[in-house]
Design a protein around this ligand. Structure first.
Ligand code: ZN
Length: 92
């Protein structure tokens, strides 16, 4: 079990949340993107061993999205921040 600090509800168990995958993926312009760029946007994701920026949804709580930076090896949560914010500098 992992305790996740929802920015609005405080610490809750991970069963209340849904991970929305990698954060900060920029959608290319479909009118100008090549097939390779579009495929990269749709399917290719980072799979780092270490810090990873992710989107999370508090499905069984406040039903809000937020960003979280988590170490994929230890599950240590480094930062939690608003869905509209960029990744904190110190977390890579
Ligand atoms: Zn919440």
């Amino acid at each position: 079990m992992m305790l996740i600090p929802c920015p609005w509800c405080g610490d809750r168990i991970d069963a209340e949340f849904t991970c929305g995958g990698e954060a900060h993926i920029v959608r290319p312009d479909p009118a100008t993107a090549s097939d390779a760029e579009w495929a990269d946007y749709l399917f290719m994701r980072e799979n780092p061993k270490g810090l990873h920026h992710e989107r999370w949804f508090h499905a069984h709580g406040c039903r809000r999205w937020f960003h979280m930076t988590r170490d994929t090896v230890s599950h240590r949560i480094v930062a939690v921040y608003a869905i509209t914010e960029s990744a904190p500098e110190a977390t890579g």
